[in-house]
Design a protein around this ligand. Structure first.
Ligand code: FAD
Length: 502
């Protein structure tokens, strides 16, 4: 028997960062949201190095900023790379960007079991109905429109629930995106394989870089070395297809081999031992091929996070793209839900609202993708990477500022990257930039704040106002006649400030 009759405004499939973000931000506008998650949280996930855009911009909107601050995550001031022509490791610090100066110039290295749980519980606190151990098997459709899902609960009972919008936030293993007539297209450039595990007793870089992600190129690919907790280090080898066969069989042995062929990582791990118990007690392998789906939305359905696209993990952009797309999708859904029962048929309309989402999302994805292609040119110096970042993001700042803004997830609007520049030049993510760029406004306060906790609080409060106050509303449209963010950052309005018409 099928239990049916549940009705919602939105059903979100998946409780990772993308799903928690979109559901919380839709719920904040008072809509009824059901979130279905197949696992029971906390659950393991890879993707531990975050960007300032997430821990400041999105976290404020979600209202989890303080909880994240108090969770004791490792503070990440930037990244240290042994990469490219320079034989010596080089370091970037988010603080070199004026946009991230002061209280927004860091991110966290997070245990995803904890981080994702905080975000999911926060969704629950906001009134999202969260059901764990519920696996969505099908998207229900009527004519061409998605109108709900079928799912199986922990006891094996089958349910059908209906909603105006279904969000696929079910990650890289999504089975349901096809319901949006969307295909997954794999990059021919980024076809790597990741082998990763956890070590106890790994060395730390010296302060102030001790919380940095360390990324080290070696013959077979590159290593990440992430100081997750004072004791535990997350270590992953991302290797090219030719090296994939080395990983088959005994992953622990393969890891030892890779470590031996990379002197810097071997030195960092000289006194370390692999964790052998609990969720960190195994080596895992993931094909991390990059992909992008052909469509991010269809009538009644929208794709966010890894369900929509994924790009090589060198710059830790996964959670940023997941949460940013969650924000963009929430704006489109809120705009349509609030435009009247006709589904925003007039005014900006559903099509325009979701085009805005897709355009901005593709723009941000494309920026990382294009930059990463050049970053794999190993014979270049870091200066030429920085220069490329400035060229791609069309930043007004210095090369290094452009680079940290890009890899901090706060790069500004229009950019010119060659070939298809005219298509992309109209695009931008000024809203996000502005949100995080709240720092610019109170740069002085922030500097004082860094010295005195109390003032830091004020700086943060100021930033929060910049995030959800009128500043966010100034997020300009990225196309002529396009849409901009509403004053609270949770919906779209026309550039003239008017809301979405019914
Ligand atoms: P997920 O986190 O995958 O969440 C999806 C959720 O949906 C899961 O909880 C799953 O249980 C649930 N689900 C799946 N199917 C169903 C279903 N049918 N019904 C109900 N629920 C379902 N990102 C970073 O930011 N920093 C990094 O350092 C980083 N390193 C990475 C290294 C590697 C090797 C790889 C492969 C990725 C890395 N990433 C990194 C990317 C990061 O892991 C993802 O981008 C991020 O987890 C995406 O979040 P999400 O919410 O879209 O999906």
């Amino acid at each position: 028997a099928v239990n049916s009759g549940q009705e919602y405004d939105v059903i979100v499939v998946g409780g990772g960062p993308a799903g928690s973000t979109v559901s919380t931000l839709v719920r904040k506008r008072g809509h009824r949201v059901l979130l279905l998650e197949k696992e029971s949280f906390p659950r393991y996930q890879i993707g531990e190095s975050l960007l300032p855009a997430t821990v400041h911009g999105i976290a404020h909107l979600l209202g989890v900023h303080e909880e994240l601050r108090d969770a004791g995550f490792t503070v990440k001031h930037g990244g240290t790379f042994k990469w490219g022509a320079n034989p010596e490791p080089w370091t970037f610090d988010f603080a070199v960007s004026r946009r991230m100066a002061g209280p927004t110039s860091f991110a966290y290295q997070v245990e995803r079991m904890k981080f994702d749980h905080i975000l999911l519980e926060n969704a629950r606190k906001h009134g999202v109905e969260v059901s764990e151990q519920c696996t969505v098997t099908d998207v229900l459709k009527s004519a061409d429109r998605a109108e709900g899902v079928r799912y199986t609960d922990a006891e094996g009972a089958v349910h059908e629930a209906r909603a105006r919008y279904v969000v696929d936030a079910s990650g890289n293993s999504s089975r349901i995106y096809a319901a949006a007539d969307s295909r997954r297209e794999y990059s021919t450039f980024f076809r790597n394989l990741a082998l990763f595990g956890y070590f106890e007793g790994g060395k730390r870089l010296s302060a102030p870089s001790s919380g940095n992600i360390l990324s080290v190129a070696f013959d077979n690919g590159w290593f990440w070395y992430i100081p997750l907790t004072p004791e535990i280090t997350s270590v992953g080898a991302v290797v090219n297809q030719e090296s994939a066969s080395l990983v088959q069989g005994d992953p622990a042995k393969a890891m030892r081999g890779f470590v031996q062929s990379c002197p810097l990582i071997a030195d960092m791990l000289a006194e370390a031992t692999p964790v052998t118990e609990g969720p960190y007690g195994q080596f895992r392998v993931r094909k991390d091929w990059s992909y992008c789906n052909t469509r991010f939305f269809a009538p009644g359905m929208v794709l966010v996070g890894d369900a929509a696209c994924f790009v090589d993990p060198v710059f830790s952009s996964g959670v940023h793209l997941a949460t940013y797309s969650g924000l963009l999708a929430a704006r489109s859904i809120n705009a349509c839900l609030e435009a009247g029962d006709e589904g925003a048929g007039e005014g900006i309309g559903e099509q325009a609202a979701f085009e805005e989402f897709e355009q901005r999302y593709r723009r941000e994805y494309g920026l990382f993708y294009e930059f990463l292609v050049g970053f794999y040119e190993m014979h270049e110096s870091e200066d030429s990477y920085f220069w490329r970042a400035r060229k791609l993001s069309d930043s007004a700042g210095s090369d290094i500022e452009a680079f940290v803004e890009l890899v901090g997830g706060v790069s500004s609007g229009e950019f010119d990257g060659g070939g298809t520049a005219t298509e992309r030049i109209a695009a931008g993510t000024r809203d996000m930039t502005r949100m995080v760029a709240g720092a610019e406004e109170h740069a002085d306060g922030a500097v004082i704040g860094a010295a005195a906790g109390k003032l830091l609080e004020q700086g943060t409060a100021l930033q929060a106002r910049a995030l959800v106050g009128s500043q966010a509303g100034e997020g300009r449209s990225i196309t002529p006649g396009g849409l901009s963010a509403s004053a609270d950052g949770l919906s779209w309005v026309r550039d003239d400030g008017a809301g979405v018409d019914a």
